[in-house]
Design a binder for this molecule. Structure first.
Ligand SMILES: NC(=O)c1ccc[n+]([C@@H]2O[C@H](COP(=O)([O-])OP(=O)(O)OC[C@H]3O[C@@H](n4cnc5c(N)ncnc54)[C@H](OP(=O)(O)O)[C@@H]3O)[C@@H](O)[C@H]2O)c1
Length: 268
């Protein structure tokens, strides 16, 4: 299948590692012109070189200034407007993932809101008007399974991700007949390098395999394994992002795609 991504101009935020890196790499393999983004220039440049991206844009998306800098940097590398915007940057900015609500402050909520909801809003403000003018755009917001089905921990993060899903539906509804689609992806637990490093450190075993990590973490109830019986891989999220980025998929907007191995038990 030809995803028609050849020559399309894409920015993947938070692509200096993890899901974002896999998405940037896959878009690049599909022939898109890709900008890698992160806050750390060295890390972003290493990834860009490894995956054959066009260049990097650097900036902290928890501020308006940072987003403006990322937009300007991406435009410069791309030599035109951003056609595909993957708002992937994020993660728990407070590290409260094992804390119950009574241990999470209002300040923590604000921090996660900036990192996981407003970063995407800022990038939309920077890039979407040019998409509308060009009558083509793809905006894909990377949220989380816990946005749909929160557990009792780390709710500052899950609440911020829920806001992102909510925003996606409104934004998609407001962009009528202009060729710009907006969708979310809600990954379950994905085996990114950060998680692998965390587990190998926790168990003091630098050679632990992905299967061993999965079993140990599941046995200790760090998380429940979803129905597929394993955790997800970054490429599995990237594949859905590439599909949603395709010019051929103009009839899907305001939707959410769950990439969670069956974790979320919902009909919608
Ligand atoms: N891994 C999972 O299990 C999982 C599950 C559900 C949802 N998600 C979501 O998927 C996305 C990617 O997660 P990941 O696990 O791949 O994370 P990761 O490997 O830690 O990568 C996070 C990326 O986001 C960037 N970033 C974080 N905060 C930023 C900020 N304020 N401004 C600019 N860049 C920022 C990081 O850049 P630096 O290089 O500067 O640090 C990095 O490139 C996140 O939105 C996360 O919430 C992940």
């Amino acid at each position: 299948m030809d995803l028609q991504l050849k020559g399309r101009r894409a920015l993947v935020t938070g692509s200096s590692s993890g899901i974002g890196e896999a998405t940037a790499r896959m878009l690049s393999e599909e022939g898109a012109v890709v900008v890698v983004h992160g806050r750390n220039r060295e890390r972003a440049e290493q990834v860009a070189e490894r995956i054959g991206a066009a260049g990097v844009a650097i900036g902290d998306l928890s501020t308006d200034e940072g987003a403006a800098q990322v937009h300007a940097g991406a435009r410069k590398v791309l030599g035109g407007n951003i056609e595909i915007l993957i708002n992937n940057a994020g993660g728990s900015s407070t590290g409260n993932t094992s804390k119950p609500p009574l241990d999470i402050s209002a300040k923590d909520f604000v921090s996660n809101y900036h990192a996981n909801a407003l970063g995407a809003v800022r990038m939309v403000h920077e890039a979407a008007r040019e998409m509308v003018d060009a009558k083509f755009g793809r905006i894909i917001n990377v949220s989380s399974a816990v946005a749909l089905q929160p557990n009792n921990l780390g709710t500052d993060y899950s609440a911020a991700k829920s806001a992102l899903n909510n925003y996606t539906v409104s934004l998609a509804g407001s962009l009528k007949g202009v060729g710009v689609t907006v969708n979310t992806i809600t990954p379950g637990v994905i085996m990114v390098d950060g998680l692998i490093r965390f587990a190998r450190g926790r168990y003091n075993d630098p050679n632990m395999s992905i299967e061993e990590i999965t079993q140990r973490l599941a046995n200790e109830k760090v998380f429940d394994l979803p129905p597929v019986g394993r955790l997800g891989m970054p490429d599995e999220v990237a594949m859905v992002a590439c599909m949603l980025a395709s010019p051929g998929l103009g009839f899907v907007t305001g939707s959410n795609y769950r990439v969670d191995g069956g974790q979320v038990r919902a009909v919608l």
